[in-house]
Design a protein around this ligand. Structure first.
Ligand code: SF4
Length: 271
């Protein structure tokens, strides 16, 4: 099978079905990995109890450890509100991607003059590619060029790692890579994140794109209810003309969101 993640949902399901195992065990496997993700000595029978014996042979022969990636380094901001994870892929032999946990206490903000309801929330910013081919000139990832697409499992594993630090409420695809250039893996990762055991609300997942229109249209059908952020930018000395990115604007009009655009230099959000 090569190096793969147990969170590569489609692949795992195919292998499980081929072995005659009921796929209903898959969320159970993921749940126990989520609970025990920090454990150093992994024993499938001990950490994921009560599976059929054929499931243990399949897991042991295909996945020597529960995760195909590991946390290489962790950086906390001085106020402890932000934690950056540098994650290494391919069992410590692969490239690095970044995932960032951003914490926020809603009670610090006001709504209609009153403290906002809620409490502590954590949003995870995740990567979908190693490098990126879009080459936005303000972006460090863009200057790397494109190296690799992440598999759906490698995307989901960032959530598993982050969950050992904070309970993640929101996920934003705003890390390394253009998510819509890795469409099928991103769609599968979102489906896994909204299913058991993660059960994130699709309303709390945002895909940020530079505006790949054909993929945006497809996404609207494949993952209804998901948030979309379109990032628009221009170089400081070359401001966007008034009709810039008209395809993004007309898409926004059709689908009921509006554009917030900086003509100077930065990426802005659209919902
Ligand atoms: S699409 Fe995103 S990751 Fe890619 S170069 Fe532009 S800003 Fe960077």
């Amino acid at each position: 099978m090569g190096i793969r993640s147990v969170f590569d949902g489609g692949e795992l399901r195919r292998e499980v079905e081929k072995s005659g195992i009921d796929p209903k065990f898959i969320p159970k496997i993921w749940k126990h990995i989520l609970i025990s993700a920090k454990d150093e000595d992994w024993d499938w029978e001990k950490q994921v109890p009560s599976l059929p014996s054929s499931a243990y042979s399949l897991l042991r022969s295909n996945f020597k450890t529960p995760l195909s990636s590991s946390i290489h380094s962790v950086f906390h901001s001085a106020d402890n509100l932000t934690t950056k994870l540098l994650i290494q892929l391919h069992h410590n032999h692969g490239p690095f991607v970044e995932a960032v946990i951003m914490r926020y206490d809603t009670r610090l903000g006001k709504y209609a003059g009153q403290p906002r309801p809620g409490g502590l929330r954590a949003t995870l910013c995740i990567s979908s590619q190693v490098g990126c081919k879009m080459g936005c000139n303000f972006c460090a990832t863009g200057s790397m060029g494109f190296k690799n697409n992440l598999s759906s499992g490698e995307i989901v594993e960032q959530l598993v790692h982050a969950s050992t630090f904070s309970q993640i409420r929101n996920v934003v695809f705003m890390g390394m890579g253009e998510p819509l250039n890795n469409y099928s893996a991103v769609v599968e990762a979102v489906r896994i994140m909204t299913g058991l055991p993660f059960q994130l609300s699709s309303k709390r997942i945002t895909i940020s794109t530079v505006g790949i229109i054909h993929a945006i249209n497809k996404l609207h059908d494949d993952l209804p209810g998901l948030n979309l952020a379109v990032s628009l930018h221009a170089r400081p000395r070359h401001p966007l003309p008034d009709n810039a990115c008209c395809s993004c604007f007309s898409f926004g009009k059709t689908h009921g969101f509006t554009a917030s655009l900086s003509k100077e230099k930065s990426a802005e959000n659209i919902y």
